[in-house]
Write a protein that binds this ligand. Sequence first.
Ligand code: UVW
Length: 347
Amino acid sequence: MSVKPRWKNRPEGSNWGDFGPEDQIGRLNLLTPERRRAAAAEIRTGQSFCLSLPLDYPGGTAINASRHPPRLGPVMDNGRPNMNFPYSCNNPRHLDVLCDDQVLLTLQYSTQWDSLAHIGQEFDADGDGEAEIVFYNGFRANEDIAGPLDHKSGLPTGQESGAHVLGVEHMAESAVQGRGVMIDLKQHFGTDRRFVTYDDLMRVLEADDIDVEAGDIVCFRTGFDEMLLSMERQPDARRLRSHFAAIDGRDKGIQRWIEETGLVALAADNIAVEQTPARDADETRFTALPLHEHCLFKLGIYLGEFWLMSPLADWLRANNRSRFFLTAPPLRLPGAVGSPVTPVATV
Ligand code: UVW
């Protein structure tokens, strides 16, 4: 039985339905076994790089007041913390000593993936003249992505919360492993704040002889990671936000390039991959996060943020390379809309 799309209008420039009406992984469909095999050819020395910050960076809540550092503690067993617990307490013949812990983790506090359930939009997908809240491929708030809708009052609605579709587990099940391509914006633009346009980007790709192909995961180094780490968990948000080049998410040329290359994900060492706050648009109503709209909402392209890019970018430049083998699955946590990730690049 053929399944009908859940929309009559699809957003201009979107690929909704192209991977099927029920598709929940978007461009990850393009990360095929052949592309993964080709990516493995980028392993030449076997050296690897951890692309995750320590997950207690950025540090404090200065960058995003609603996202908190991880709170780690022992698992409790009958009121007793399970750290350095000798089994001999239960059986004097046992030698084992147990440590067992748990964490309260804001999933998008530090090095992370945004799933396709992270950003939706008020959009008239059913063509009745009124906007509803929809996500990639026309999935709906409430029935598909559950959670409080009453943002005006800020009061909880009593609903359960979680992504019944588009959750980060689908990304994990697709085994995110393929070719990474590094674009070193810091090398070309230094650390001054700049909106990187299509022309800027094309100049960088040409100067560094970089090709982006279908199935690639494109990584941007801006230098944000180095400044953040130098602040030793006391981030100066004003200083961080007033520096660094990042792509202009509203630039139509950049949007077209993202659409045409077939890349599956964009990741960066900064807060949002795109420059934030974004430039205002001319329309009466517009998206605050245009790259998020273009990627997560329209094209099913994932965004990775707060990745540790600089050591790898320096190594690649010193070795006249831009490509590497990348393994970066999120947590297989059903219903989550984002996830910490410990990406590993092998060169
Ligand atoms: C927001 O801050 C809304 O999103 P992200 O973490 O993806 O930049």
